[in-house]
Ligand binder design. Structure first.
Ligand SMILES: [Zn+2]
Length: 354
């Protein structure tokens, strides 16, 4: 089994220009037809740059023939909420901040247009209650569900946090694969997450989410100083201090938004926390162990995280695998990859690494 076969892949030379879609590679199982690959790349660029037309196409599919109803995740196009000026400003800020991370790895800017961001009404149908947003590489959009408690406003910082997470998915390395059939194309890589050819299971899904959320926390920390979020940040800090002092069991420190309000005479505390706690703990343990075993090479733990970030943004996982295998022994990275989707097993494996 191999993780990457560079000969199989076709890379578009983007230079220092702006990227025109999130897909930077098209790969095929066996046969390579450069002309078809070029057409596919252009197809993704069209969907990215003309999302408005793509949206009308999805809508017309359902309207012309109800049996042609769009896939569950595509239904979001029917329940979009119009974005206000503040939300547009937040999108600009998050685009700018996530482009800075791309620049760290010499990648061209990728600006996600307003049209490719679906802010979905809080009471609309949604793929799963457990998620607040998702990204679709095949349709080149991200969607976020507005959240409202007892009719309260959607907090700006909650939108920003979810937007950062999904935009990182959008801006890490993305590629698609085909199986000799021009029309049968599927995602192949999304950041560290890989869907190997001829295998159903994906690799590195959990660690990819951990990397994305850890980076989300770092970026939100920088954006918190923006006057747009000042009131919400101050209110959160005040409530956090109050609870830590008077009722420490109510908060655990991972909250990035708190609001106290009264609903029908009852006090309600609205809490929003960073996600993927278990996955982030696994990642942090892994970073710590790698760092401790290579202290002469790495001045701090953050440099080790840089390996994960670089792999996710460039799609080249080899330096990261080499680091893991040279630290813990041959095939460690492979075993780690294969445990994808089973966080308990990953946890046990990582906690026992020596
Ligand atoms: Zn995610």
């Amino acid at each position: 089994m191999s993780f990457e076969n560079p000969k199989d892949e076709f890379s578009q030379n983007l230079g220092n220009k702006e990227a025109h879609s999130s897909i930077s590679k098209v790969s095929f199982g066996e046969k390579i037809d450069e002309e078809e690959k070029k057409l596919l790349m252009e197809g993704f660029e069209f969907v990215f740059q003309k999302q408005g037309e793509h949206k009308e196409f999805i809508k017309s599919l359902a309207q012309n023939n109800p049996d042609n109803a769009p896939a569950e995740h595509l239904k979001v196009v029917f329940f979009e909420k119009e974005k206000d000026e503040t939300e547009k400003k937040i999108i600009d800020l998050v685009n700018e901040e996530t482009n800075k991370t791309r620049r760290e790895f010499s990648l061209p800017e990728l600006n996600i247009p307003y049209e490719n961001i679906y802010l979905v009404k809080h009471d609309a149908p949604w793929p799963a209650d457990s998620i607040e947003g998702f990204y679709s590489s095949m349709d080149q959009f991200l969607a976020i569900k507005e959240k409202k408690l007892s009719g309260k406003e959607y907090p700006k910082i909650v939108f920003a946090k979810n937007l950062i997470h999904e935009m990182i998915h959008f801006k890490t390395f993305n590629s698609v694969k085909g199986n000799n059939d021009f029309l049968d194309v599927k995602p192949y890589k999304e950041g560290l997450k890989t869907f190997p050819i001829r295998e159903e299971q994906s690799f590195f899904e959990d660690l990819n989410e951990a990397v994305v959320e850890k980076l989300t926390i770092e970026i939100l920390e920088k954006l918190k100083n923006n006057p747009l979020f000042q009131e919400e940040v101050e209110q959160t800090e005040m409530l956090k201090n109050f609870y830590q002092e008077h009722a420490p069991s109510v908060v655990d420190g991972s909250e990035y938004y708190l609001e106290l309000f009264s609903d029908h005479g009852k006090n309600i505390l609205w809490k929003e926390s960073f996600t993927r706690k278990e996955e982030r703990e696994i990642l942090d343990t892994l970073l710590e162990k790698i760092w401790k075993k290579n202290k002469s090479a790495f001045p701090d733990k953050e440099i080790v995280f840089q390996y994960f970030k670089k792999a996710a943004f460039t799609g080249n996982l080899i330096p990261l695998f080499r680091l893991i295998d040279e630290t813990f022994g041959p095939k460690t990275s492979r075993t780690l990859a294969q445990k994808s989707g089973r966080p308990n097993e990953i946890k046990e494996f990582v906690f026992n690494l020596k």
